[in-house]
Each structure stands twice: as C-alpha cells, then as structure tokens.
Design a protein around this ligand. Structure first.
Ligand code: SF4
Length: 406
C-alpha cells in the first residue's frame, strides 16, 4: 500500500536485525519487550511467540545478569523473530549478550558511561556483525549533559547524548547503528526526534517511554509516534505500555496499518458512534464483531452502522458492512446492498461474507446474489423505517420550530 506518509519518508541507511531490515525504505517494523525473567527460557519463548502472533517483528529481552545471558543463548535459536538484548549498566553484560548470539544490542548512554567500555562493546559487536541501538532515555540522561543544559532534559541534550555515543562507535569503525531518543513528555520526544533526524541518517527507533497503562498510554504513544511517522521520521516503533506486551505489539501493528505504512493483516472495523436513529445496540454488535474477527486474518474494512438512513452512505467505501434497518440488518458490499438478514444473524453473516470476499474477491461476492432484488428489499425496509420514525428522530427540527416560536 502506498500513501503520502510513505512517500515523504526520510531516507535513512539500512541495517539488518537478524533477518529483518530496518531503515533504508524497508517496511516500518513493530517491536515489543518481554516481561518474563530472561533466565526463564520456556516462559520467555511463550511470550515471544504470543508477541510475534500479535504483530511484533522484533523482540527485546533484558540481559541484566549472567543467568539472563545464558537464557538468551537458548532463546535466540528458537525464537520466531529476531531478539535484541537490552543492556543497562554493565558493559560486561553487553559482551555476554553478544556471546549468547543475539541479533542486536540496546545500550543506554546514560548508564554505560566509560568510553573505553563503550568502544569495547562496539568492537565486539562489529566482529560479530550485530547492530546496536543507541537508546537515549530522557529519564536517565548522562549527568554531565543534564548539568550542561541547565539541569533540564532538553531535545538538544538528548541528541547530543546520542551523537556522542555514536562518535565513540565511529572511533572504532562501527556504524551498524539505529538510534532512539525517548521521553515520556510528548513534545520533548517529538522535538528530540526531529532534531536527531536532521543530525543523522541512521535509522530511528520511535517510542514514548513510560507512557503508562491504556487507554492514556495508548493515546500518548500514538500522539508521539504518529506525529513523527506522518512527517516521514521513524523506521521501527515500540509502544511502551504498562500492560501485557501483546497489547503493545497489537497497538504498534494497528497504528502502522491505520497510517497505511504496513499491509493490512486483520480487519479494520469501523462503526458509527450511534445516535437516536440507531435501530440496534451499536456498541454491542461492534464488540461482538470485534471478538468474532479478532483472531482471523481478514484484511478488509468492515463497517457496522446503527441505521440505514445514513449508514450505508457513510460507509460506502468499506469492503463490507451492515446497517440496521427495521429490526433487520442490511448487508452491503462496496456500498451495494446484497442481503437483508435477521438482527441476531448480523455478525455471523458478516463473518461468512468476509471470509468469502477474502478468498474469492468482491466481484465473486457480488455475483452470489440478485443485486436488483436485494436493493429493492433494502429500499422497502428503509422506507418502512422512515415512515415509522419520521425524518427527525433526533428531534432537532422540533427544537428549531420551538426556538422560532419564541
Ligand atoms: Fe446515527 Fe445512523 Fe449515523 Fe449511526 S449511522 S450515528 S445510527 S445516523
């Protein structure tokens, strides 16, 4: 799928994490992080499989002690997606992670501060052809930079932290790098990435750190990440939620699909917000449909509309949809009525048609029915409904008349 947000993407150089390309025009990837102890090999693998199924392309695991590094040695060969080792304080853990066979490292410049240690890690990563993410975090900025910028975390300070780390790498000839400058403050994060994107052509990993639990964590992450993606900035993303990481992977995937930056894999369910015209409980039907389609790989846009008065028109562009008529559901494919079904059969009919369209295409679906007959039946039902409700079910005209009499 091509759209404007793809066309304006900033050109970055490309790196390879395991077998996944990052940057240089590659599809934007989704990342998440396991919450298990990495030493718990089976538990961690179980979570990695769940993350991969939810849409994660790359997974990160902490490598905080020797037991974790030993766990990684067993996890990496069995993981369905590339594994990044997250190293915080000890450079020796970075060396242990490289020895474990991981596909990438993440280093926080605010934590491993000795340039000689940083260079030793970069040299070892270079020998093993493993990329490194320089992961600057607003909350753990190098103390010297914090002081230099007046005791404040600023976009400039975060970018300087990343570029200083990069210069250590370059001193030992290591350039296999992606960079992040995350902060929990969205404006700070957005400004830092904008400046970083001007300063370097290394691929960028986007994220709003410590975004918190959903729904506010989802909103904050989306605000920061989507703003940058729409400016063409960013090559890989992570939602940092205080929730099951599967939610992070799903959210990342959904955001990229919604922005047209990744091929649609699952249903894009659209539904009207409901109003006085609604002939069904739109929330309930939408929720039922969401559950019914959740595990299915159906890359269609499906609409659920509360009435046939405005519904089919408003959802004209959906691949498939249903609008509630006179206690019945009007099924439409690409805006054309194809059937009128009983209210309690709406969701299962939608699923059946969606599966048919996915397998055989829209044209074949339209050929299944007598379109003229379906159109007439829908029209009759619509007229009955209008006759019953009148044109002013939300009573706005009644109120206007009242106002005019004053
Ligand atoms: Fe109201 Fe019908 Fe629009 Fe839904 S589709 S918001 S029920 S007018």
């Amino acid at each position: 799928m091509q759209n404007s947000s793809q066309n304006i993407r900033k050109k970055t150089r490309q790196i390879v994490v395991g077998d996944v390309l990052v940057g240089g025009g590659a599809p934007i990837t989704v990342q998440s992080m396991t919450t298990t102890k990495t030493a718990d090999v089976e538990g961690t693998l179980q979570q990695i499989y769940a993350l991969a199924a939810a849409g994660a392309d790359i997974v990160r695991c902490t490598c905080n002690d020797t037991a974790a590094a030993e766990g990684l040695a067993k996890i990496v060969p069995r993981s369905p997606i590339p594994v990044v080792a997250d190293v915080h304080n000890q450079y020796k853990m970075a060396l242990a992670a490289i020895a474990s066979g991981v596909d990438c490292l993440r280093l926080n410049p605010g934590n491993i501060k000795n340039p000689e240690h940083i260079k030793a890690v970069a040299e070892s990563a270079g020998e093993n052809a493993i990329p490194i993410r320089i992961g600057v975090n607003g909350g753990s900025l190098h103390p010297d930079l914090y002081k230099k910028y007046g005791g404040k975390v600023t976009p400039e300070a975060m970018v300087e932290s990343a570029m200083t780390e990069l210069s250590y790498f370059e001193e030992v000839g290591f350039e296999n790098v992606k960079i992040s400058v995350k902060a929990s403050d969205i404006s700070l994060m957005v400004d830092a990435y904008r400046q970083l994107s001007e300063a370097t052509d290394h691929p960028l990993h986007l994220g709003v750190t410590e975004a918190g639990p959903p729904p506010s964590g989802l909103i904050k992450s989306t605000a920061g990440i989507a703003t940058l993606l729409l400016e063409g900035i960013g090559d890989t993303i992570r939602f940092s939620l205080t929730a099951d990481p599967v939610q992070e992977a799903k959210a990342g995937r959904q955001l990229l699909e919604a922005l047209g930056l990744r091929e649609r894999k699952n249903v894009d369910l659209i539904a009207c917000p409901s109003c006085g015209r609604a002939e069904i409980n739109v929330y309930e039907v939408a929720e039922k449909a969401q559950t019914a389609f959740e595990e299915k790989e159906i890359p269609l846009q499906i609409a659920i509309m509360g009435c046939v008065v405005n519904g089919p028109g408003e959802a004209r562009d959906a691949d498939l949809g249903i609008a509630a008529g006179n206690k019945r559901g009007h099924l439409f494919v690409k805006g054309r009525n194809v059937a009128v079904v009983k209210e309690d059969e709406m969701v299962e009919t939608l699923v059946e048609w969606a599966e048919f369209i996915t397998e055989h295409g829209v044209e074949a679906a339209l050929e299944r029915v007598d379109l003229e007959k379906a159109q007439k039946e829908a029209e009759r039902d619509r007229k009955d409904l209008l006759a019953e409700q009148g044109d002013d079910v939300n009573e706005d005209q009644k109120r206007v008349d009242l106002i005019r009499k004053i």
